[in-house]
Design a protein around this ligand. Structure first.
Ligand code: DCP
Ligand code: MG
Ligand code: MN
Length: 331
């Protein structure tokens, strides 16, 4: 679950590390999404620099770093630590909340409620299993496995099996693994699969076509996945494992109407920061972009009909955004 935009050859890695820790605290404990985004953005900016930052003042000149973060950078440079982080580390409840949110299926609200009820860590959960839902029980069962990154070669193997099973069943399906894998990363946190079918078109009796389609796909994947977390008309959440010797991996499959496929592939390829920037740009050009469609915003401010899209490039073209290959969307 932990996200870290900081790569190994990062000259500002220690700054990024404390900023990401503060970001996690804001997301999980304070539940302040704005502060979370601010810290993460700052960490991303510092990680992408080719030089070491020497002072808060210097950092403040960067887009995404303001007064408060500049002060923290100075404090860190001068004392080698941060008061705010020290205090967080002393706060047992905050630490318990942070720990619990690492379990798949437990979000910040549920974690806070559990801590309020006296649960102080993973070990306590064994005694409180009756309080957990199916997803959370699976999250607990595979806690250690789900924290392990998935090597690219393993996803390639899963991709081959997934595609052959689905396409042998029906060649009219298209299967794309998105997320960090599509961005070319050497390791991923989970596997994000999108599937569409030529007959599945939003607005044309989607229910009649789409209903039961995902169930049929999932039936064909028996042997590849080892647990079902949930299955709806459009989303399957599960756990897969290539062999008993390998860790269990989180696998999500989404069934998308074909006229929304490229917007969905764009969205689920990310990164989330890239998506945010692209959506902002779309708005500046008078369009609203989301995981379903690209729509022009009329003079009244009301979004119009979706623009017809036949490729990911189309979306960039419409809003005059320079095309970026998936591998170039990591920031
Ligand atoms: N996404 C987004 N905004 C969010 C969550 C997700 O735009 N708040 C999009 C962009 C992500 C994609 O969905 O890249 C997949 O989400 P993941 O959480 O699986 O993120 P990644 O695949 O990028 O990274 P990881 O390797 O950790 O799975
Ligand atoms: Mg992913
Ligand atoms: Mn995912």
């Amino acid at each position: 679950k932990r996200k870290n935009p900081c790569e190994s050859e990062n000259l500002n890695a220690d700054f990024c590390e404390f900023l990401m820790e503060l970001a996690e605290y804001e997301k999980n404990v304070s539940r302040n999404i704005h502060k979370f985004n601010a810290y993460r953005k700052a960490a991303g900016v510092l990680a992408s620099l080719s030089k070491r930052i020497e002072s808060g003042e210097e950092a403040k000149k960067l887009n995404g770093i303001g007064e408060k973060i500049a002060k923290k950078i100075d404090e860190f440079i001068h004392t080698g630590k941060l008061k705010k982080l020290e205090n967080i580390h002393q706060d047992e409840k905050a630490q318990a909340i942070n720990m619990l949110t690492r379990i798949s299926g437990i979000g910040p609200v549920k974690a806070a409620e559990m801590v309020k009820n006296g649960i102080r860590g993973i070990d306590d959960l064994e005694k409180y299993k009756h309080l957990l839902n199916h997803h959370q029980l699976i999250g607990l069962k595979y806690f250690e496995d789900f924290e392990k990154k998935i090597p690219r070669s393993e996803i390639q193997e899963i991709e081959k099996k997934l595609k052959s099973k689905i396409l042998n069943f029906d060649g009219q399906f298209t299967v794309t693994i998105c997320g960090s894998y599509r961005r070319g990363k050497s390791e991923s946190g989970d596997i994000d699969v999108l599937v569409t079918h030529t007959s599945l078109k939003e607005g044309e009796n989607k229910k009649k076509h789409g209903e039961g389609m995902l169930r049929k796909i999932v039936d064909k994947l028996k042997g590849l996945y080892i647990e079902e977390i949930s299955l709806g008309d459009t989303k399957f959440m599960g756990v897969c494992r290539l062999s008993e010797a390998l860790p269990a991996r989180r696998l999500d499959i989404r069934l998308i109407p074909c006229n929304q496929y490229h917007c969905a592939v764009l969205y689920f390829t990310g990164s989330d920061v890239f998506n945010k920037n692209m959506r902002t740009h779309a708005l500046e050009k008078g369009f609203t972009l989301n995981e379903y469609s690209l729509r022009p915003i009329g003079a009244t401010g009301v979004p119009g009909e979706p623009v017809p899209i036949t490729s990911e490039e189309d979306i960039f073209d419409y809003i005059d955004y320079p095309y970026k290959k998936p591998e170039e969307r990591n920031l």
